[in-house]
Design a protein. Structure first.
Length: 380
């Protein structure tokens, strides 16, 4: 089968760690099918912003051909037209791939604008389409009337839809999406990369104190990731010595640094910055606990990966998290945006890794790709 995967979240030379989970799926699908990727890049008029044009028009990563066409984005206005602009940006590339016999089905990841725009382009070419809802695309964009109408209409017109959690499916059905067109398939995990590394060896590799307790946060500095609530929680834990390792970066870095200073917790927090994906299992194995304080999520791979590495998790009860943290050895869930509950859960779980055996089984990306392939086969 020739699969055209479309998503603006696919990694590129400028953002090599973006959408790694989509890249992992594409590479597994490519083992038994032929995958070509269209990953549109936002283009803004020069008088509005200093656009970065360093992403090439084409590339090839791990034997997958990737096209990076541009599509118009005007900051803060005309957002209900973004899917139309997305369609205009990809349609010539998709038409070319169909003419070359490289597009038996279109698989669009991130429903707005990607899914809506991809459906517009694919239906003009009489190509079947599957739309993949990841979480924030539904949780955020369905708040707006015009975008919500487009999303619901596109998902009802698609041949099939794949979502990352039962919670997301329930939300879409309530919005008016046909339940029979929705499959719940959670992300897989790379079992070759994410393994339980000896904690002492992991800490030696990272030059971390072998006797310290470490909580780790891994993610972008964005409002929805809830890092501000985690920093508040760290401030509230007075009588428990530990350090928070913050792995990541983003546009809110200045605010994060200011909050750390304001709360006088500089001695408790270490800003690590971004690290390569290959180093993530080392950090997870070195830590006593991973914390995901997100306000909303789809299927957060960081939880699956941490548990696979043998490190318990304290996480907000959002998205697919309840499908992952299923017993007390896995950690605890708290309501989002509740720093007091977060502080109590961290305090209770700091010794969990060394006091109990974490029993966690999850399916691989190969098994995930097989589930997705079954959806494709039923759609053609």
């Amino acid at each position: 089968m020739n699969i055209t995967l479309i998503s603006n979240l696919y990694p590129n030379k400028l953002e090599p760690t973006k959408g790694v989970f989509i890249k992992q799926l594409a590479e597994r699908l490519n083992e038994s099918h032929q995958v070509t990727v269209i990953s549109p890049v936002p283009w803004r008029p020069a008088f509005l912003t200093n656009a970065d044009n360093s992403v090439p028009a084409e590339d090839k990563i791990n034997n997958i051909k990737i096209y990076y066409p541009r599509y118009l984005v005007i900051p803060k206005i005309l957002r209900s037209l973004t899917a139309t602009f997305f369609n205009w940006g990809i349609k010539s590339t998709l038409s070319k791939l169909k003419a070359q016999g490289l597009a038996d089905i279109v698989s669009a990841h991130w429903v707005y604008p990607d899914g809506v725009g991809s459906l517009l382009a694919a239906k003009k070419l009489n190509l079947p389409v599957t739309l993949h809802a990841l979480g924030c695309d539904i949780n955020e964009y369905t708040k707006y009337f015009l975008r919500r109408r487009q999303i619901v209409s596109a998902m009802n017109k698609a041949n099939a839809n794949v979502v990352k959690s039962n919670e997301l499916k329930s939300k879409l059905v309530a919005l008016g999406v046909n339940e029979n067109k929705i499959s719940v398939i959670l992300n897989g995990v790379d079992k070759n990369k994410f393994q339980n590394i000896d904690q002492t060896k992991a800490r030696e590799k990272l030059d971390l104190d072998p006797s310290e307790k470490y909580v780790i946060f891994i993610g972008n500095f964005q409002i929805e990731k809830g890092l501000n609530h985690l920093l508040d929680a760290v401030h509230q834990i007075k009588d428990r010595p530990f350090k928070l390792l913050v792995v990541g970066d983003g546009r809110l870095k200045t605010q994060v640094e200011a909050q750390i200073k304001e709360l006088s917790i500089s001695d408790k927090v270490q800003l690590v910055g971004r690290v390569s994906h290959e180093m993530i299992p080392v950090y997870m194995s070195a830590a006593n606990l991973l914390c995901l304080p997100s306000l909303r999520e789809g299927c957060p791979n960081v939880v699956i990966e941490s548990l696979t590495c043998g490190t318990p998790v304290v996480a907000s009860k959002v998205g697919a998290v309840p499908d992952m943290i299923t017993n007390e050895t896995h950690g605890k869930m708290v309501e989002p945006a509740n720093s007091q509950a977060l502080a109590e859960a961290i305090d209770q779980c700091l010794d969990l890794k060394n006091s109990s055996t974490l029993n966690f089984e999850w399916y691989s990306w190969e098994e995930n790709a097989e589930k997705i392939s079954q959806v494709f086969n039923a759609s053609i």
